[in-house]
Design a protein around this ligand. Structure first.
Ligand SMILES: [Zn+2]
Length: 304
């Protein structure tokens, strides 16, 4: 059963609002595309560049897009499944790279800082090419939180777009701490890793050190850790699952763990095919989650 194929190719609101397509996600390479409308057109920002430039260009072409529309790449971190060094040469000349300060040395070693680089810490402004005939450079912003992934950490983002839509993007987390949950709370669309099933991880023939690295709080989130984080973040519109392990997870297990959020997806990203375009439009206002107590029911009856 392939649940992600049941979702529509394009959601309503796609033309007026930013949208997200995860073109590939998993241990063999990660890349998502943000498609951002500007007056008279649209521009693209990549989140991570872990697929080869050739494959990414072919996938973009399949989506009716061109590499010269890419204005930049924003990196969660620089592990080889998120950054292939061939991108240093392959990006369009005008494109910027956005790198967290804690990844500076690795970025320098990988040649990334020879490009137009923007280093950031807890917030970043992402600049787009100006519309034709205009000097105004559109931009959007993100708040950032680092999490304890391996030695250098990984960056999670809360992107906010003109028109009110937003996106939480969190992968390679290790664990979902309070700072991350607070940063992403109530976001409209949440894309979060749901890496492994603990039973499949235990049963796999991976070496013990690798299992410890993945499950020890500085590697990846299990399906249930991801589901707990997603429940606490409580995205208003959509849930997208990232970075499923091919060896130690299945789309069915990940979906089952997130079953209580069935009304918001989840859309499950894949290693070998893009997701549909996911509109990042703002959600309609929701009533707050209120836990009704005996006392308040009694008070309400008295007030009638
Ligand atoms: Zn990764």
């Amino acid at each position: 059963m392939r649940m992600d194929l049941a979702t529509p190719r394009t959601e309503a609101g796609h033309d007026r609002h930013a949208s997200l397509c995860v073109i590939g996600s998993g241990s063999r390479g990660n890349c998502s595309i943000l498609r951002v409308p500007i007056p008279g057109g649209e521009r693209l920002i990549m989140i991570d560049a872990g697929l080869s430039p050739r494959r990414s260009a072919a996938l973009l072409e399949g989506l009716g897009l061109r590499m010269d529309q890419v204005d930049g790449v924003i990196f969660t971190h620089l592990d080889c499944d998120h950054f292939q060094p061939a991108w240093v040469q392959a990006l369009p000349a005008h494109a910027r790279v956005y790198v967290h300060r804690s990844h500076r040395a690795r970025a320098e070693a990988g040649g990334l800082l020879y490009r137009r680089a923007v280093l950031f810490t807890d917030a970043v402004e992402v600049t787009l090419s100006p519309p034709e005939g205009s000097r105004d450079r559109p931009a959007f912003a993100a708040a950032c939180v680092t999490s304890a992934h391996d030695d250098l950490g990984s960056v999670a983002f809360r992107f906010s777009f003109a028109g009110g839509g937003d996106l939480g993007y969190a992968t390679d987390l290790g664990c979902a701490g309070d700072e991350l949950l607070a940063c992403l709370a109530g976001v409209s669309t949440l894309a979060i890793e749901s890496n492994y099933c603990p039973e499949l991880q235990r049963a796999s023939d991976r070496p013990a050190f690798l299992k410890r690295r993945i499950t020890g709080g500085r590697g990846h989130l299990s399906n249930h850790e991801s589901a707990e984080a997603a429940h606490r973040i409580d995205p208003a519109r959509r849930l997208v699952l990232l970075h499923l392990s091919e060896e130690c997870n299945t789309p069915e297990l990940a979906a089952a763990a997130h079953a209580r959020m069935r009304d918001r997806g989840p859309i499950i990203s894949r290693q070998d095919a893009p997701t549909p375009w996911i509109s990042l439009e703002p959600a309609a206002p929701r009533p707050p989650r209120v836990r009704q107590t005996q006392g308040s029911l009694f008070d309400a009856a008295l007030a009638r």
